[in-house]
Each structure stands twice: as structure tokens, then as C-alpha cells.
Design a protein around this ligand. Structure first.
Ligand SMILES: Cc1cc2nc3c(=O)[nH]c(=O)nc-3n(C[C@H](O)[C@H](O)[C@H](O)COP(=O)(O)OP(=O)(O)OC[C@H]3O[C@@H](n4cnc5c(N)ncnc54)[C@H](O)[C@@H]3O)c2cc1C
Ligand code: FES
Length: 513
């Protein structure tokens, strides 16, 4: 492949007008830098061509309603300014100047960023955000980026500054990313003139009458608005020996550090639970040359979410890399070395990673008297369409929130990174005066060795009504029908299709089967 093929055509030589029809994206380069040229309803604009999240080529994305959407994890960029208006990207794209001469568009040089119209500095009644995970970070970041950072205090029990939890089971656990790569950077937050961040500090109580939170060390902080972004806690099974130090869970960066340390000393691991986290950890540890046994009560990995055919494909992906499965089995005891299963078999392992799902952290909210959803409805803190709890000026976002999903036509609680970030951004906008309901479709991705899946929508107890493409060849769209009106799709190697389906569902207001 020539250099030009890799970088795309040199856009200073121009692109034929006929090669950029309405709605099209064309990739190329200027001075060796990737550029994407967009025709948004006749308005032609150009931006740096790599997504500011993890560098996806935006030329493979989609234009929707004046925004460009990234093919990998669906970040959204304004085509007016290049601003990252929808997580998981936070930093803007660089705009470039475009000139039309005759029948060609020429991209010339970086353009001045247009004024986004945001206030330079503003104040709000004090905002306290509990938790600096996906949701809390995104809320604080957008408030900081918009000039309101001085009104915001974020309190985080985690000893590390905000980081990308998703790479803790993938790139960081594999060894492809360094620890420093894990930390999140926004505009003005956590560095810059943004919100105050208190890490290693835990909120112990909420006094709704006094509008104050109480910290473990006795400090009390007053709020005008309170945002609960406390996330979820990994389940620790009540099995003899599962309190030993070589039994790990994987929720935090420190958990990932501990597993990496265990993998550097030990050569055999058991993963308990064929969950997304469990299987991602299995794949990452195999890539560190650790022998991996997965013990799970399910007959087929991920069947409850993805159905039997896709679950079986994922199993084969793992088995092709020598992951061993013990399906339909439960662990009964561990003595630090020998893991006994319920059929009497035993595994000799150096360490265990339990990936058995999570429980929403609702204790603070419960103690304060906020409405909590019943467990059979997903649990979590009940919020309305603005993500406000049963008490005015108190919001809940992310894994801990049970919110009315307009697509499923009922309240659900989901545990996805982008969803948590978008809810954080939504509440930031509500606090800045926007009066809209949250209406983003749930979305997540998962990666197993070289196989990536994108999931859109929500389907409880899914059946698979249709598959386009080939699951075996890992090139497909599978559509799911769930309980009531639930609908979801999973795509593999069809990133653009996932974006197109998302846009169609958003426009119709319903995920048609
Ligand atoms: C290893 C791993 C990989 C994942 N990969 C993916 C993926 O690929 N794609 C995807 O869509 N999703 C993924 N997820 C799920 C995703 O990370 C979560 O849905 C998301 O982090 C939820 O964000 P949150 O802000 O609601 O909660 P969290 O990110 O859990 O943050 C909650 C924060 O609140 C803090 N906190 C809790 N209680 C208190 C208190 N009392 N005082 C102060 N602070 C408190 C905690 O310390 C924590 O930092 C992954 C999860 C894990 C663990
Ligand atoms: S690379 Fe663009 S959203 Fe992740």
C-alpha cells in the first residue's frame, strides 16, 4: 500500500464535488495528518480525521443532525465547531478551512475555532457530585468545559483520579496501554480551571433537609443540587476461601493493578462467571500467556444477553485461544491453590478473578429516603425522565440510576460506559437550564481477542428474530426481541450499520424489530 493509500488523498490537491454527495464523508490528509471532509446537507466542512477518544477513523462514521458520529464507540462531534458534544470523546476536533474552486473542494489549513457561544465563566448554586466514575466525570467535565466548574465539587472514594474503567479489562490488562494511558482528560477537568476534585474521600451521609453531604472524615459540604453517581459494586460470592488475597474482582484500576501483579507471578488463573467482564479478563490474561479456566453456571457464555448463536461464537473465539470452559459448573471451595467445583473436579490455580456481576450502590440514597426500584425491576435509584430522583434537585446517573427508557417504554437500569457518561452530560445540561428528557439509546461494546461487538438498545430475556450476515464469519447484525417492547441489536464488524440503526431508531422514537 502506498503512503497516499494509507493516509488517503492529499486534500490540498482537492476533491471532486461529485465525490462528496450530500451526507457523505471523505477521508484524506493534509501534511500527513488525517482529515475528514463532510457534506452536511450542502454545507461542506473539514476536521481532523481521528476521533479524540481512541483514534477511530471518522471517515467511517455517520452524519446525523449536524453531528458526525464515530464508528467505534459512537462519540458525537458538532459539525459547526468540532466540539465533542456526546461522550465518550471530550476533546474537540480541529476544524480546517475548505474552499470550493470550480468543481473541486480544497482543504487548506486549520481554521480558527468558531465561538461555541458558551459563557466564559458562570455560577450555579453549588453542585456536589458523588462519584468520579464514568457518569460523575462526564457531568463535572461538561460543567467545567461550559464555564461552571467553580460551582462544582466532585467527591470520589477511589484513590485514583478519574480513569477509563473499560480499558481495565482490555488494553491495560493485556499490557497494550500503560497505567498513565488510563486516566481521563477532559476540557478543564480534572486539570485546568474546572470542578474541585476530592479523591480518596467518601460520602457517608446525605442530609436532604440541610442540603449537605457528610464525609467520612467529618467534613460537611452544602449543595444546591446533588448528583449521585455512585456506580455499582462487584458481587463477591459467599464461598469458602473466596476471601483469600489471591481472589480478585475487577472494578477499579487498583483491582486491575492487583490482577496484573498476580499474572506476573502466577501462570494459571480461574475466572468465575462468563460475564462480559469475566470473559474480557480471560482474553486479556491469555494474551499475557496465563493459562485460563472459565467456570460458569451458564450453559453458553453470554446467552442471556446475546442468545445462543452469538454466545457460542464467543465461546469458540476463546477456545481458539486455549481458554478452557467449565460450563454448568459452580465453585464450592478454594484453599488458595485448589479450586473445587460442584461436580467434584478440581483446578490448580495461582489466582482467581470473580466476574459475577454488580449491585448498584444505593445505600446512601436509601438512608436518605430516596425512592429505590425493586430488585426485580433492576434495582437502583428511581429517577424521572430528567434523571431527577424522588427529591427535587437531587439527581442520579449511570449504573446506579433506574430511569424511564423511552424506547423500552419502561424503567430500566443499565451498566454501560457511554450510557453513564451521556447521563452525566444530560444532568449537566439540565443544571445549566435545559429542560429535556434523557432519550439516548443504551449502547455498549465488548472486545474478546480480535472480536469486537457493539450492542444497541435493551432486550431482557431476548430471543433472536433475525440475523443478517454470518455469525460464524463474525460479520453480522443480530436483532433481538425482548420482554414487552424491548428491542436490541448486536453487530460484529458492521460498525456503520450500528450507527445507521441508531439514527433510524432515534428518528422513529422506537426500535422497530
Ligand atoms: C473492567 C470493566 C470494563 C468495562 N468495560 C465496558 C465496556 O467495554 N463497555 C461498556 O459500555 N461498559 C463497560 N463497563 C461498564 C462501565 O464501566 C460502567 O457501566 C460505568 O463505569 C458506570 O459508570 P458510573 O459512573 O455509573 O459508575 P462507576 O464508574 O462505578 O463510578 C462510581 C464511582 O463512585 C464512587 N463512589 C461510590 N460511592 C461513593 C461514596 N459514598 N463517596 C464517594 N465516592 C463514591 C466510586 O469510588 C466510583 O469511582 C466496564 C466495567 C468494568 C468494571
Ligand atoms: S474511538 Fe471514537 S468513540 Fe471511541
Amino acid at each position: 500500500m502506498s503512503e497516499e493509500d494509507e493516509a488517503g488523498p492529499d486534500l490540498s490537491d482537492g476533491v471532486r464535488v461529485s465525490d462528496l454527495p450530500l451526507g457523505a464523508l471523505v477521508g484524506g490528509s493534509i501534511d500527513g495528518k488525517a482529515i475528514v471532509l463532510a457534506n452536511d446537507g450542502g454545507r461542506v466542512c473539514a476536521f481532523s480525521g481521528e476521533c479524540t477518544h481512541l483514534g477511530a477513523p471518522l471517515v467511517n462514521g455517520l452524519i446525523v443532525d449536524g453531528q458526525m458520529r464515530c464508528p467505534w464507540h459512537h462519540a458525537r462531534f458538532s459539525l459547526d465547531t468540532g466540539e465533542a458534544v456526546g461522550a465518550p470523546a471530550f476533546k474537540p476536533l480541529t476544524p480546517y478551512q475548505v474552499e470550493r474552486q470550480g468543481d473541486r473542494y480544497f482543504v487548506t489549513k486549520p481554521a480558527d475555532r468558531p465561538d461555541s457561544g458558551q459563557p466564559i465563566l458562570g455560577t450555579l448554586p453549588p453542585v456536589v457530585i458523588i462519584g468520579a466514575g464514568a457518569a460523575g466525570f462526564a457531568c463535572a467535565e461538561l460543567l467545567s468545559r461550559s464555564g461552571y466548574g467553580s460551582s462544582v465539587t466532585v467527591i470520589s472514594a477511589d484513590p485514583d483520579p478519574p480513569y477509563d474503567r473499560t480499558i481495565c479489562s482490555k488494553q491495560y490488562l493485556i499490557g497494550q496501554s500503560t497505567r498513565d494511558d488510563c486516566f481521563l482528560e477532559g476540557v478543564n477537568f480534572p486539570a485546568g480551571e474546572g470542578a474541585a476534585l476530592k479523591i480518596s474521600r467518601s460520602v457517608k451521609s446525605i442530609d436532604l433537609a440541610a442540603k449537605q453531604v457528610g464525609l467520612e472524615d467529618g467534613e460537611r459540604i452544602s449543595f444546591g443540587s446533588l448528583v449521585l453517581a455512585t456506580g455499582a459494586e462487584p458481587k463477591r460470592p459467599d464461598i469458602p476461601g473466596f476471601d483469600l488475597p489471591n481472589v480478585h474482582v475487577l472494578r477499579t484500576l487498583r483491582d486491575a493493578d492487583a490482577i496484573i501483579a498476580a499474572a506476573s507471578k502466577g501462570k494459571r488463573a480461574a475466572i468465575i462467571g462468563a460475564s462480559f467482564i469475566g470473559l474480557e479478563a480471560a482474553a486479556s490474561l491469555r494474551q499475557r500467556e496465563v493459562e485460563v479456566d472459565v467456570v460458569a453456571s451458564d450453559a453458553i457464555p453470554l446467552e442471556k444477553i446475546l442468545g445462543s448463536a452469538v454466545g457460542t461464537m464467543i465461546r469458540h473465539v476463546h477456545e481458539s485461544k486455549d481458554v478452557r470452559f467449565h460450563l454448568g459448573r459452580r465453585p464450592v471451595s478454594f484453599d488458595g491453590r485448589t479450586l473445587k467445583l460442584d461436580d467434584g473436579s478440581q483446578l490448580e490455580v495461582d489466582f482467581i478473578v470473580a466476574g459475577l456481576g454488580v449491585t448498584p450502590r444505593t445505600q446512601l440514597a436509601e438512608n436518605a429516603g430516596l425512592a429505590i426500584a425493586p430488585r426485580e425491576q433492576g434495582g437502583g435509584i428511581v429517577v424521572n425522565e430528567r434523571l431527577e430522583t424522588s427529591v427535587p434537585d437531587v439527581y442520579a446517573i449511570g449504573d446506579v440510576a433506574n430511569y424511564p427508557d423511552p424506547y423500552a417504554n419502561r424503567s430500566i437500569r443499565v451498566e454501560h460506559w457511554v450510557h453513564a457518561q451521556r447521563q452525566g452530560q444530560h444532568v449537566a445540561r439540565v443544571l445549566m437550564g435545559e429542560d429535556a428528557g434523557y432519550s439516548d439509546l443504551p449502547f455498549f461494546w465488548s472486545a474478546h481477542f480480535d472480536t469486537g461487538l457493539l450492542y444497541l438498545g435493551h432486550a431482557d430475556k431476548p430471543s433472536v428474530p433475525g440475523v443478517a450476515g454470518s455469525i460464524e464469519e463474525q460479520n453480522f447484525v443480530a436483532r433481538y426481541a425482548g420482554k414487552g417492547g424491548d428491542r436490541a441489536v448486536v453487530t460484529c464488524n458492521r460498525d456503520k450499520t450500528a450507527l445507521e440503526i441508531e439514527a433510524i431508531w432515534e428518528r422513529s422514537g422506537t426500535p422497530a424489530a
